[in-house]
Design a protein. Sequence first.
Length: 121
Amino acid sequence: MADPKNQITGADTVEKLGQVMGEGMDQQVETVSRWVDTVIEFGVTYGFQLIGALVFLAIGLKAASWAGGRVAKILEARKIDVTLARFIGNVVKVVGNVVKVVGIVFLVIITLGNFGRGCPS
């Protein structure tokens, strides 16, 4: 018969499992804590730049739409063909949107430079 002192009981197994899981949980908590700290640091460092970029985008979209509509109305008032006036108005909107996209690309490049990743050459 086996020696009762060397036998593993259910309580021992649960205790050892708790220790192993506790170590794994500690690592997970530490990892999550580091991610939260990184996100908070990013938000503090670049939050106003991000908000500014979003405001810039919203204002730019509105301005491009307004300018395109205004150009179309002016051309229609000067008795230009309605189809041509709307086409030119839409071209103005598209050009405004392209300018915004180029601006956003530049902002992304600058932000990547802040993170230590330059443009690939």
